[in-house]
Design a protein around this ligand. Structure first.
Ligand SMILES: *Cc1c(COP(=O)(O)O)cnc(C)c1O
Length: 421
């Protein structure tokens, strides 16, 4: 089935469960009934949706399965935020003394997580430029556990050449992880290009109206082939003493091992789990995701084309513009453009002036809302970064980012026109 249909129908059986809308299982725990059933549940014989909501919940399970299908993955794990999805993905592969490779062009929070918090835990991040994937190989050693980057990175709106990075990750048998938040599974499916694990902040386009914080991790089908007996990943291949000797790769439970270990070991022990109510909100969002992404992209392209003609604008970053250096890469990996674009004006002051004058666009630290959003990264989201980090993340003083919403694009263009006059 196609994504539009899966988004509305998959993972929930109306005929058996009896309601058109997916119910919210707002519960902490589940009635085992008998001691035998309780014991078998803890022995993982009954699935993970009816033990305790920290490790699984029936509403959350529908969100996870539906989202994983949209990404063409074998399974998903929902988390309390995009940041916890990223943190768990790394902790799932790396221990103290290990390193990961990550692109410079990342979400601000991801950069601080990698360069400060992971460092405190003894996990080193070696950064590379996503525009020069050939430089990745030099950074790899026997302790390298993951290659992490964003399919479309924000706010520089860089599009990664996914296949080139996959080639290197596969050559060294390293797990590749892509943050696909900006593209959404509607515009890009990194797993189809050989990526091993995809993560999302569901707080953005998945909710679509800025309603809730959440995240999700999806693993590709047959990831076991890469992990089984792979010396880089001993904890998937030897008995987990914290789970009475479970070996995650032998055989993987329900065909999943990456998200399964994350659930049984990390969600169990750290507990940044998504609430059933927020899972339900994301299920509502998924139903209209493909329609919304089409309109976000159409509006963004119209605005990008307008900005190119405006004399205040030095440069427009939008991958589907004919002038974009990412046009060919975007045509390969992205169905449609994206809802994000950025542009440069001459100075910090001019950027702040435009941001203060717009009326329809709101000044908000978010993206992916139905309401249009304007951000001046240098003074807000990227304020904590050093001058060197800013440069590498593609953030200049006069850069303005737009998360183009679902209003009429003519109104949005007029708003920008007046603010720049
Ligand atoms: C927002 C965002 C995150 C973090 O997600 P939260 O849900 O806010 O924790 C990570 N990556 C990207 C690309 C984002 O836009």
């Amino acid at each position: 089935m196609e994504k539009e249909t899966l988004a509305i129908h998959s993972a929930y059986n109306k005929a058996v469960q009896g309601t058109m809308a997916v119910p919210i299982y707002q519960t902490t725990a589940y009635n085992f009934g008998t001691p035998e059933f309780a014991a078998s549940s803890f022995n993982l014989e009954q699935g993970t949706d009816h033990v305790y909501t920290r490790v699984g919940n029936p509403t959350t399970a529908i969100f996870e399965k539906r989202f994983a299908e949209l990404e063409n993955g074998s399974g998903g794990l929902a988390t309390s935020s995009g940041m916890s999805a990223i943190f768990y993905s790394i902790l799932n592969v790396a221990d103290s003394g290990d390193n990961i490779l990550a692109s410079y062009q990342l979400y601000g929070g991801t950069i601080t997580l990698f360069s400060h918090t992971l460092k405190r835990l003894g996990i080193e991040t070696r950064f590379f430029d996503v525009e020069n994937p050939q430089d990745i190989e030099k950074l790899i050693d026997s302790k390298t556990k993951a290659i992490f980057f964003e399919s479309i990175s924000n706010p520089s709106i860089t599009v990664a050449d996914i296949s080139k990075i996959v080639e290197i990750a596969d050559k060294y048998n390293i797990i590749s992880i892509v943050d696909n938040t900006v593209a959404t599974p509607i515009l890009c499916n990194p797993l189809n290009f050989g990526i091993d694990v995809v993560i999302h902040s569901a707080s953005k386009y998945t909710t679509g109206q800025g309603l809730a914080i959440g995240g999700i991790v999806v693993e590709r089908k047959n990831l076991v082939q890469k992990i089984k007996n792979n010396e880089r990943y001993p904890h998937f291949n030897k008995a987990d003493e914290s789970y009475h000797g479970l070996i995650y790769s032998n055989p993987p439970v329900d065909g999943i091992l990456f998200t399964f270990r994350m659930r049984m070991a990390l969600l169990r022990d750290i507990g940044a789990v998504l609430s059933p109510f927020n899972s339900w909100i994301f299920i509502q969002g998924i139903e209209t995701l493909s329609l919304r992404m089409r309109q976000h992209s159409e509006n963004a392209l119209s605005i990008a084309q307008f900005l190119e003609t405006n004399s205040n604008v030095k440069k427009v970053n939008y991958p589907k513009l004919n002038s974009s250096k990412y046009k060919n890469i975007a045509d390969k990996y992205l169905k449609n453009g994206s809802g994000l674009l950025s542009f440069e004006v001459e100075s910090y002051e001019k950027a702040k002036e435009i941001v203060s004058k717009v009326k329809i666009f709101s000044i908000v630290a978010n993206i992916g809302d139905s309401k249009s959003i304007i951000t001046h990264p240098a003074s807000t989201t990227h304020q904590q970064l050093s001058a060197n980090e800013l440069k590498k993340a593609g953030v200049s003083a006069g850069l303005i980012r737009l998360s183009v919403g679902l209003e009429n694009s003519i109104d949005l263009i007029n708003d920008l026109k007046e603010a720049m006059a």
